[in-house]
Design a protein around this ligand. Structure first.
Ligand code: PBG
Ligand code: ZN
Length: 321
């Protein structure tokens, strides 16, 4: 009989043979910045997540800086939205101002800037719309302009989440031409059309006003296609690739880890967070235990970077271990 239980006999032994450890440095926390004053507005579907205005942003930035995690992913919510998402590439837009403020006060926090038009368009789609069509090639220059504007504001990373074809190449070329050859791209390469994003769309006020995102985001049925998307983004110049959502797509994370040599990020998205929070609030699960189990699963599957709304709690819990 093989006695596996020998190495499980004490906490010390279990810790010695532990195969998967999460570091705070692997965690990234998403934040929402809204235009206006004195705003700390709760997102109903995401307990403990708020939209902040610039004047109150330091309330969450202090927590992020104290937590010891590597950085944040920033989403801006402009008050003016239009067909061409002009606020997305306004150098004095809400996201650009927030990035400047963060880099001034907290230069050591990594600021990852999400690049997509959906928070900025009046129709809520991630690209330029004609009739009922979301136009790919017309969207690319706008994304490139947005990326350059965010880099100018001081973003450490550009993270395109729109799922237009060719956007990584377009953004890379624009960054290089404008003196940002050293700004890396973290591409949402395998981003699936997912029901798990609905709480985020409350948080970012970015739900499409007609149709859905299935003509640009991937179908949850297609694992091989996800690997082609990732390969293509790496060819186009992505420095880090992302799989999103995380928990229902751990097979993609694992396949990507085995096949590619670039760093892999996974986005533990809003719906994944809200489900855990709801069950915990009802006393049906032990929140800390479930969160750490989920994050461990994402890491074990092969993600070296985890974007999660649990990051601040997890950082605390990791300290206790
Ligand atoms: C915007 C974007 C979305 C998310 C990140 N960037 C939503 C979407 O595609 O509708 C989802 C994040 C989450 O659910 O936590 N393109
Ligand atoms: Zn979008």
């Amino acid at each position: 009989m093989r006695r596996f239980r020998r190495l499980r006999a004490s906490e010390e032994l279990r810790s010695l043979v532990c195969e998967t450890r999460i570091s705070k440095k692997e965690l990234i926390y998403p934040i929402f910045v809204a235009e206006g004053e004195n705003i700390k507005s709760p997102v109903d579907s995401m307990p403990e997540v708020y939209q902040y205005s610039l004047d109150r942003l330091s309330e969450v930035l202090d927590k992020i800086a104290e937590s010891g995690i590597s950085g944040l992913l920033i989403f801006g919510i402009p008050s003016h939205k239009d067909e061409l998402a002009t606020e997305a590439y306004n150098d004095n837009g809400i996201t650009q101002c927030a990035i400047r403020l963060i880099k001034e006060k907290y230069p050591r926090l990594l600021v990852i800037a999400d690049v997509c038009l959906c928070e900025y368009t009046s129709h809520g789609h991630c690209g330029v719309v004609h009739g009922s069509e979301i136009c790919n090639d017309e969207t690319l220059p706008l994304l490139a302009r947005m990326a350059v504007s965010l880099a100018k504001a001081g973003a450490d990373f550009i993270a395109p989440s729109d799922m237009m074809d060719g956007r990584v190449a377009a953004i890379r070329a624009a960054l290089d031409e404008n003196g940002f050859a050293n700004i890396p791209i973290m591409s949402y390469s395998a981003k699936f059309a997912s029901g798990y994003y609905s709480p985020f769309r409350d948080a970012a006020q970015s739900a499409p006003c007609f149709g859905d995102r299935r003509s640009y985001q991937m179908s949850c049925t297609n694992g091989r296609e996800a690997l082609r998307e990732i390969a293509d983004d790496i060819d186009e110049g992505a420095d880090i690739v992302m799989v999103k959502p995380a928990l229902a797509y751990l097979d993609i994370v694992r396949a990507a880890r085995d096949r590619f040599d670039v760093p892999i990020a996974a986005y533990n998205v809003s719906g994944e967070y809200s489900m855990v929070k709801a069950a915990a609030a009802n006393g049906w699960i032990d929140e800390k235990r479930i969160v750490m189990e989920n994050l461990t699963a994402i890491k074990r599957a092969g993600a070296g970077i985890i974007i999660t709304y649990h990051a601040l709690d997890a950082a605390k819990w990791l300290e206790e271990i």
